[in-house]
Design a protein. Structure first.
Length: 324
């Protein structure tokens, strides 16, 4: 039983490490490409993304690819804390019971939307930290994300240009993206889990490998379902995410790396009036593929995830067989 708990903890830890640490350079490059309306190279394949990662690492050092990682953890913490507080003091359910109804679903999705709206200014600050070029950036403090998020709400702190969009304009696209991502990933996760559990019930392991197989069957379907859910939600909502990031970054005087060259810097000088104008402008000036700038980073990110998932499975199956 102790080994069982250790296996579950280790597998979960490996998954968290992949999602939040190992994949962070992919998130940095993906966001920089998304907001770079100047870019001629759209980086739709993993090959060009890996090449530009190498160039940035060579010119600026490895820190340039892991910038803003602390702030992403802070935003996750704020999101979870906000969700817990709202569900505690309101009738909005944090989890859906097995006997759910449409009223419960509506309340649950409203909770998710409100959570994303409250975390929105901190998400903006974190986004800036991940795309701001290391060349012109001062060393940010751990809680700068919180300070700048509060400053964005009260209209103080870092100087912004007149092109900065009010938070009210960002509310709808932020809540829409957050809720849709949650809905898509939840549906996909449940479907994949059903399929995997059905397949596992049909395939009966041999007597010698029963304990090992049952332990692996207990943990890996959850991880595979979670992986598939995140991947499909990210792919389906990538165009909306591109629009969202451009709206958040506008008017913040952010200077990003030149994703065509891997060196030099570029200012962000967009003048979108809102979500609809941003969509029309990207379509007109960059084409439909403009919504998928940096998509190669998603392929690299989830390839790394699959590789580590397989490696973890091999290591644990070997360890459990030796112990048993």
């Amino acid at each position: 039983d102790q080994l069982n708990r250790f296996a579950g903890f280790g597998i979960g830890l490996a998954s968290l490490f992949t999602e939040n640490v190992l994949a962070h350079p992919c998130i940095v490059l993906r966001r920089q490409c998304q907001v770079n309306y100047h870019a001629r190279n759209y980086h739709l394949t993993p090959f060009t993304i890996v090449n530009i990662m190498y160039s940035i690492n060579k010119t600026q050092g490895p820190r340039a690819l892991w910038k803003g990682m602390g702030s992403t953890f802070i935003v996750q913490g704020i999101t979870l804390g906000t969700e817990g507080i709202i569900s505690e003091f309101t009738p909005l359910p944090r989890e859906l019971s097995h006997k759910w109804n449409f009223k419960q679903i509506g309340g649950h999705l409203l909770l998710k939307g409100l959570t994303h709206v409250i975390a929105m200014p901190f998400y903006s600050a974190s986004l800036i930290e991940t795309v701001q070029s290391e060349i012109i950036r001062d060393n940010p403090g751990i809680l700068d994300c919180v300070k700048e998020g509060i400053g964005r709400v009260v209209g103080m702190g870092v100087p912004h240009s007149k092109r900065l969009l009010p938070l009210m304009v960002l509310t709808f696209p932020t809540a829409l993206h957050g809720v849709l991502h949650y809905v898509i990933s939840s549906i996909v996760q449940k479907l994949v889990l059903c399929v995997l559990k059905r397949d596992n019930s049909h395939s009966l392991p041999s007597e010698g490998s029963t304990s090992v197989q049952s332990m692996l069957d207990a943990y890996f379907p959850e991880l595979i379902a979670s992986f598939a859910a995140s991947l499909i939600a990210d792919v389906m909502l990538y165009p909306l995410e591109t629009v969202l990031h451009r709206l958040h970054i506008q008017g913040t005087r952010t200077i990003i790396d030149n994703t065509d060259l891997g060196y030099e810097v570029l200012p962000i000088n967009t003048q979108y009036e809102g979500m609809k104008d941003c969509i029309n402008t990207i379509k007109r000036e960059e084409g439909m593929v403009g919504f998928y700038k940096g998509f190669g980073a998603v392929i690299v990110q989830y390839t790394l995830h699959v590789a580590l998932l397989q490696l973890t499975k091999i290591i644990y199956s070997t360890l459990l067989q030796n112990v048993s």
